[in-house]
Design a binder for this molecule. Structure first.
Ligand SMILES: Cc1cc2nc3c(=O)[nH]c(=O)nc-3n(C[C@H](O)[C@H](O)[C@H](O)COP(=O)(O)OP(=O)(O)OC[C@H]3O[C@@H](n4cnc5c(N)ncnc54)[C@H](O)[C@@H]3O)c2cc1C
Length: 259
């Protein structure tokens, strides 16, 4: 297993009141959908998807919710973090008109995937969903990439009122979508999966991860798949066999927690 590379935070961007982006020098080749294990010295090591991909720089974008992410949130430019990875499988791109659906912090990893798809000359429509307007981030970044951006908020404070999955269903009904890519709350991803007939579909499943490299088995889904190395991106065919998708996950002790 790799040891963490100590990286200095080069740029710290406050995206919302509890979401931050850190950019750091890290030149390992990384694909959209892959993740890093982020070591916060003295606190914990946690998985985070890549949210910025440049040749020599990478970034993560995270919400402050518990011990590790609160400690991470307190760090700033010039502080140090440890990075292992990238790990896991990234997205596969197929077809010409792609729909990306990002909900909550799931928007973070959708952004570099859109960037990549546009570089491949794909037509991109994306749905960005949040509970309310002040929880949205990366909207200008994605608009500047020239993707068609559709926004939904649960309370209607920005874009369509309602769930991102409902807005995605309308787009699927009225457009010829060739493939769907999603990351966010599992009920949202499950709803998009069910409402998208047989359109090729890929989702990022976040499971409790300890090693990140397939040794500990903590992040198992379905019949013995390890989301750290077999995922975290799974396609429709695989998801059909993962009975826990949108239903339950395991906590740090291995106990089932219903979603
Ligand atoms: C592949 C992957 C990519 C992720 N990418 C992002 C991202 O881009 N941005 C972001 O904000 N969050 C992301 N997460 C979630 C992030 O890892 C957790 O929110 C974080 O670990 C919470 O730790 P905590 O101590 O702050 O919170 P806690 O209070 O300990 O936990 C809060 C929630 O996070 C989950 N969690 C805690 N530790 C882990 C762990 N080691 N592995 C997985 N889940 C954990 C808990 O089960 C709980 O649901 C990702 C998770 C995975 C598996």
């Amino acid at each position: 297993m790799d040891t963490p590379t100590i990286c200095i935070i080069d740029e710290s961007i406050k995206e919302t009141k509890d979401i931050k982006t850190f950019i750091f020098n890290y030149d390992k080749k990384t694909n959209p959908g892959q993740f890093f294990m982020i070591w916060i010295p003295g606190v914990d090591e946690i998985p985070m998807s890549v949210s910025y991909i440049k040749e020599k720089k990478k970034g993560i974008t995270f919400r402050s919710i518990g011990d590790a992410t609160k400690a991470l949130f307190k760090l700033d430019k010039d502080d140090q973090i440890g990075i292992r990875g990238p790990y896991g499988k990234g997205f596969d791109y197929t077809g010409t008109h792609l729909l990306f659906v990002g909900g909550g912090t799931g928007i973070a990893m959708i952004a570099p995937a859109i960037e990549h798809a546009l570089k491949m000359k794909k037509k991109v429509t994306c749905v960005l969903g949040a509970k309310k307007m002040d929880e949205l981030f990366f909207v200008e970044r994605i608009k500047d990439m020239r993707a068609t951006v559709c926004i939904s908020t649960d309370d209607g404070s920005c874009g369509s009122k309602g769930y991102a999955s409902d807005l995605a269903s309308n787009i699927i009904e009225t457009n010829d979508i060739d493939a769907i890519y999603t990351c966010g709350p599992e009920p949202m991803m499950r709803a998009v999966y069910e409402n998208s007939k047989n359109i090729p579909f890929q989702a990022s499943l976040e499971r409790y991860m300890k090693c990140g490299v397939g040794i500990c088995g903590q992040c198992c889904v379905g019949e013995g798949l390890r989301s750290c190395i077999d995922g975290p991106i799974f396609d429709r065919k695989t998801l059909q066999k993962i009975k826990d998708f949108g239903v339950w996950r395991r906590d740090a002790s291995g106990k089932k927690i219903f979603i």
